[in-house]
Every structure is written in structure tokens, then in C-alpha cells.
Write a protein that binds this ligand. Structure first.
Ligand SMILES: [Cu+2]
Length: 341
């Protein structure tokens, strides 16, 4: 029996495994949840349909020619040569031109349409967010609202969110497949982009430009809420800071001031470090470390004790080895983080 070449077997397996993800999986561009992703999916479907028709017609003609014009027993002469036949040359130039125009018109129209949010009627003005990629997390600045957060971008449903995307270090790429296609985050450049979520939900995404050792651990999510829930979130983010009452958390605040505040900010305090994510209301986040660990007590302890063990190449030092924090100080600073909600 002949063996199946290993490359072919691997390629088939990859296709099979790829086919197993459901259309409805959380990071599927085939399950759009907003107008930008929906328009992009329409373009994808159009080009796949056109390509399929071209493939079937060309392969059909090839098969027909192979069978109909094959060399028969007794054929000794070359068949009639058609090189330079004007009619054939014109046909096979004209058909691709027509197909390309057919693809280009909707693509160019969509490119213009998606370049800027629709000029909205009355109060539906776009919300503006500056997105900054960092190794290995995302900063979100709501310039008009005076709110800064990280990794989980809250947006109101039904309202366009205009984004200016840039990077602090290397090239990253912002991609929330269910809401919009990728946009690169390039240092020194400001790329414009918008998206909109139709329904409340949690839409995860992934940095999609290889950016260093923890690239695969650089996630983010859009948290879409009803406009009133979104306003409530903004109000919570702007609440004046209240020092924790709980003695352990209060001790943790002192640890934070000594060991963490040079890199992390908390709104309403003197802590204004800007190397790491802004930690205002960090206890409200579902995940920490850019969607790498769930925001639970044990995972906070694990993260603060030794962040580089969780994410190679991370700028955050190890709490135990570098910052020389004892277990009680780590418990205290984690209690302080947990009080920030
Ligand atoms: Cu990245």
C-alpha cells in the first residue's frame, strides 16, 4: 500500500481542525456583531462566491479540453494552432476585467464607508477612544470623558466608537473579530478606525502582530453595555478615590505606594505611574494580565508574586524576587487591588 505523504496528512489535519471551530465561537469573523464586521463579512462572501464560480468554470473547461482534445490513436499531426487569435485574446482579457470591476466597486465603496463612522443623527455622536499598544497589553483612553483603562474596552451599544490606534513600543495589531477587521498599532503613527457593537456582550480579541515573547498572551476584549450601563460604568470610573477601610487593604495601599505606584496609576490618587496598565477599578475586570489570568484572588497573588513567570518578557518585576515583598505584603497589596471596585 502506498503511504500518504506526511505533509499532505498534516495539511489535511490542519484544515479539518480549522473546520471544527463553530461559526459562533467568540473570536469568529463569521459571526459579526456590529455593522463594520457585517460589511466586511459581506465582502468576504462576495469574493469567495466569485472565486468559486471562476474555479468551477476554469477547471470544468480544463477537464473538457483534456478529454475532448486528447491525442487519439493514429493522430500524427499537430492540431490547428490558435496563437495570436484576436477573438480569444480579447475574450480572456475582457472577462477578468469585468470580474475585477464587479469586485472593485463594492470593495472601494466599503473602504470609504468604513474609513469614518456614519455622520450620525443628533445625539448619536461617536465616542472617541485612543488605543495604545504596549508589550503586552492595551491602554484605552477616553479623551472626552477623562477615563483611562486597560485591556477591557467598555463601549455603549448602538453607538459608533471612533478609535485612534498607536503603539508605545513595537508594532501590534488590534483585532476584535466579531466587531471589525484588524488595524495595526504602529509607534509614531495614528491609525483611524471605528467599530460598533449592536448587542451587549463580551467580545474577545487578540493582538495579531507578532510583538515579542508574550505576543500570544496579549489579549483584549470589548465589553459592550447598554448606554445606561455604560454611563454608570463611566460614573464609577470617575468616583472620587476612597482609601480602603479594611486594615489589610490599607496596609496594601502602603505597599502599593512603595513598590507599584511608579508604574501604575489609580485615578484620584497620587499614584500616576504610566509604565503599566492604569489600575482604576481593577477589581471590576474579568481578567488580568491582558486576558491571561482570571481576576481571582489566587491568580492575583500568583501574578503579583512573579509576573515574568506568567508572561515571559513582561516589564513588571517579580514581587518576590525583584521587589522583595514577603507573603504578607503580597496578601496585603492584593487585598488593596481587590478593594478597587
Ligand atoms: Cu502585541
Amino acid at each position: 500500500m502506498r503511504r500518504i505523504p506526511r505533509g499532505l496528512a498534516l495539511a489535511s489535519f490542519a484544515l479539518l481542525a480549522g473546520g471544527c471551530t463553530s461559526f459562533e465561537s467568540p473570536q469568529s469573523a463569521l459571526a459579526p456583531a456590529g455593522p463594520v464586521a457585517a460589511e466586511q463579512l459581506r465582502l468576504m462572501i462576495l469574493s469567495v462566491v466569485v472565486m468559486t464560480v471562476v474555479f468551477v468554470v476554469v477547471m470544468g473547461m480544463l477537464a473538457w479540453v483534456l478529454i475532448r482534445y486528447r491525442r487519439r490513436r493514429g493522430d500524427t499531426e499537430d492540431p490547428e494552432q490558435v496563437h495570436g487569435n484576436t477573438w480569444i485574446e480579447l475574450t480572456w482579457t475582457a472577462i477578468p476585467v469585468v470580474i475585477l470591476i464587479f469586485l472593485a466597486v463594492p470593495s472601494v465603496r466599503a473602504t470609504w464607508q468604513l474609513a469614518a463612522p456614519p455622520r450620525a443623527p443628533s445625539e448619536e455622536v461617536a465616542l472617541h477612544v485612543t488605543v495604545v499598544g504596549h508589550q503586552f497589553w492595551w491602554e484605552f483612553r477616553y479623551d472626552d470623558l477623562g477615563v483611562v483603562t486597560a485591556n477591557e474596552l467598555h463601549v455603549p451599544t448602538g453607538r459608533p466608537v471612533e478609535m485612534t490606534v498607536t503603539s508605545q513600543d513595537v508594532v501590534h495589531s488590534f483585532w476584535i473579530p466579531r466587531l471589525a477587521g484588524k488595524i495595526d498599532a504602529i509607534p509614531g503613527r495614528r491609525n483611524a478606525f471605528w467599530l460598533q457593537a449592536d448587542e451587549p456582550g463580551y467580545y474577545p480579541g487578540q493582538c495579531s502582530q507578532l510583538c515579542g515573547p508574550s505576543h500570544a498572551l496579549m489579549g483584549m476584549a470589548v465589553v459592550a453595555e447598554t448606554p445606561s450601563d455604560f454611563d454608570a460604568w463611566v460614573a464609577r470610573m470617575k468616583e472620587p478615590f476612597a482609601p480602603p477601610q479594611d486594615p489589610l487593604a490599607a496596609r496594601g495601599m502602603a505597599v502599593f505606594e512603595k513598590s507599584c505606584a511608579q508604574c501604575h496609576a489609580i485615578a484620584g490618587t497620587d499614584f500616576q505611574g504610566a509604565i503599566g496598565p492604569n489600575l482604576t477599578k481593577v477589581a471590576d475586570r474579568r481578567y488580568i494580565a491582558a486576558e491571561t489570568l482570571p481576576n481571582t484572588h489566587d491568580d492575583l497573588v500568583r501574578w503579583v508574586s512573579d509576573a515574568p513567570a506568567v508572561k515571559p518578557g513582561v516589564l513588571m518585576p517579580s514581587g518576590t524576587r525583584d521587589l522583595k515583598l514577603g507573603p504578607d505584603e503580597i496578601e496585603a497589596v492584593v487585598a488593596f487591588l481587590e478593594s478597587q471596585k
